[in-house]
Design a protein. Structure first.
Length: 108
């Protein structure tokens, strides 16, 4: 159990956080809008079906790239930084893809 502390404002909190955290917590608002708008479901319906059930769904892939873009990502390699963030993984409910350009850029 964590230590109890009191800050200068008189707010008591307990240290020893066990959950994951992320520097990308502001992304939660965008993800909420993305998920409520049905964009992921639309991606599942209109994008070509995957040949393999492994990895992310089409909707998750779109969500991951929207997240990457909103966080300032400029290329597919920037996804590696998101992929390493365990707090972001907990927020998304999956680990963002680590696909390289030949895979992520291919449209069949």
């Amino acid at each position: 159990m964590g230590r109890r502390r009191q800050d200068s404002l008189g707010i008591e909190y307990i240290g020893g956080m066990k959950e994951e955290s992320t520097a990308f917590a502001g992304l939660v608002l965008l993800l909420d809008v993305f998920r409520q708008s049905g964009v992921g479901e639309t991606a599942e319906r209109v994008l070509p079906q995957k040949r393999s059930p492994k990895g992310l769904t089409q909707g998750q892939m779109v969500e991951a790239f929207v997240s990457l873009s909103s966080l300032g990502g400029e290329c597919v390699e920037d996804m590696d930084r998101l992929r390493q963030d365990r707090g972001l993984e907990a927020l998304l409910g999956y680990r963002p893809t680590g696909a390289r350009p030949p895979v992520a850029g291919r449209v069949s």
